[in-house]
Write a new protein. Sequence first.
Length: 82
Amino acid sequence: MNNYSRSKLNLIAFVITVNIKIMIKNSKTDPNKKIEKDPYENEDFQKNKEENTHVESDSSKRPEEDTSPLPPNPNKVDDHDS
C-alpha cells in the first residue's frame, strides 16, 4: 500500500470518527435547550368538536315570503335605503 492510499484511508477514518462524535453529541439533550410542550396535551377534542359543530336551531329558517329554490345567500346585504 502506498502513502497516498494510506493517507486517504486515514482521512476517511477521521471523517467517520468526527461524524460519529457529532451524532452522539446531537443525540444528547442540551440542558439549556428549551423543551416545547405540546399545546394540545390536555385538550378535550371531543368536547370542542361538539361545541364547534353545534347548529343554532333557527339558522336554517327562511323568511316566510321566500320562495326561491336556492338557499339564502349569507353574503347578501340588506337594502338599507328602503
